[in-house]
Design a protein around this ligand. Structure first.
Ligand SMILES: O=C(O)CCC(=O)C(=O)O
Ligand SMILES: [Fe+2]
Length: 308
């Protein structure tokens, strides 16, 4: 049973240049080719920026439903805004996903009112910029690992978190409310088993835990490591690399221990997607499958999970 590897990014972050980061390139390549998940340490993102988003998000999620619904995601328009319990079901054999989320695609997105949430917009945009920077470094490493020019993926992710008409990269803050004993029943989870859709996902979780990753036929816990960021591969990248890289299935169940079940849990996912008009075709030149437009692919996946 493979464990999720830990990669120390000190050499990559210090130099801001990947020419001295051969070991990191190799370790990331190995992780994405096997488990599909990796913990990053010394990634250069200040923990206080993360704490600020978690705090501002919690403040929002604890507001009454009628206020939260003022900025509800309207999927007929776009992916921005508040997503309530059961509005989206990621697991295929699941009936209830007890999670709330808020999606933001750029500083121009719909944000909760500044009156009730003064820190939300600034903390989210601040962290999203840092995550975009880190993503560019990771994309450069992946390109080198795959024998491409360093900027191959960076050039195809030029508008991350800038404008959803050009790039669908989404910053999502997630909140899993406290659960009662009656929530322990088949078909009820915090987040159903799924793989992510895009290029990569950067995931920050609080200390509560519960995320599990499918390794072979076993679920392994992705236990929170303080100060680390978890990165996983998405389906589009798996397609792009003709399965050299793996988009691993993951989930968050209702905890069996009462103390964790009663605890709320928070996480932040930064779902990275290529620019909307990028046509993704298999890098190894194989034409088993036709090329896919990045945005068309995402839309087809989102509409399958969206319930109302
Ligand atoms: O909350 C988590 O730890 C995971 C969330 C997740 O996998 C997702 O939203 O795609
Ligand atoms: Fe996910």
């Amino acid at each position: 049973m493979a464990n999720i590897p830990i990669v120390d990014l000190t050499a990559l972050v210090r130099e801001n240049d990947i020419s001295n980061a051969h070991l990191i390139v190799k370790q990331l390549d190995e992780a994405f080719s096997t488990v599909g998940f990796v913990y990053l340490t010394n990634h250069g993102i200040d923990q206080t920026k993360i704490e600020k988003v978690l705090k501002a998000s919690k403040h929002f999620f604890l507001l009454p439903d009628d206020i939260k619904k003022q900025t509800c995601r309207d999927y007929s328009k776009n992916n921005d805004g508040y997503v309530g319990i059961n509005q989206e079901i990621l697991g295929t054999d699941i009936h209830h996903e007890i999670k709330e989320a808020y999606n933001i695609t750029s500083s121009k997105s719909v944000f909760p009112s500044e009156d009730t949430n003064p820190e939300f917009r600034s903390s989210v945009t601040d962290l999203a910029l840092k995550l975009s920077e880190l993503t560019r470094r990771l994309l450069a490493c992946m390109a080198v690992a795959l024998g491409l020019t360093e900027n191959y993926f960076v050039d195809r992710h030029r508008f991350m978190f800038q404008d959803q008409d050009k790039n669908a990269t989404t910053f999502r803050t997630l909140y899993y409310p406290s659960l009662s004993d009656s929530d322990i029943q088949p078909g009820v989870v915090r987040c159903g088993a799924h793989s992510d859709y895009g290029t990569i996902t950067l995931l920050l979780q609080d200390s509560v835990g519960g995320l599990e990753v499918l390794s072979g036929s076993k679920w392994i816990p992705a236990t929170p490591i303080p100060g680390s960021i978890l990165v996983n591969l998405g389906d589009l990248m798996q397609f792009w690399t003709s399965d050299r890289y793996t988009a691993t299935v993951h989930r968050v169940l209702v905890p069996e221990e009462e103390i964790r079940r009663k605890s709320t849990r928070q996480s932040i996912a930064f779902f990275v997607h290529p620019d909307n008009d990028v046509m993704v075709s298999q890098l190894n030149g194989s034409s088993d499958h036709p090329a896919i437009g990045a945005l068309d692919y995402l839309k087809s996946r989102l509409s399958a999970t969206y319930k109302y």
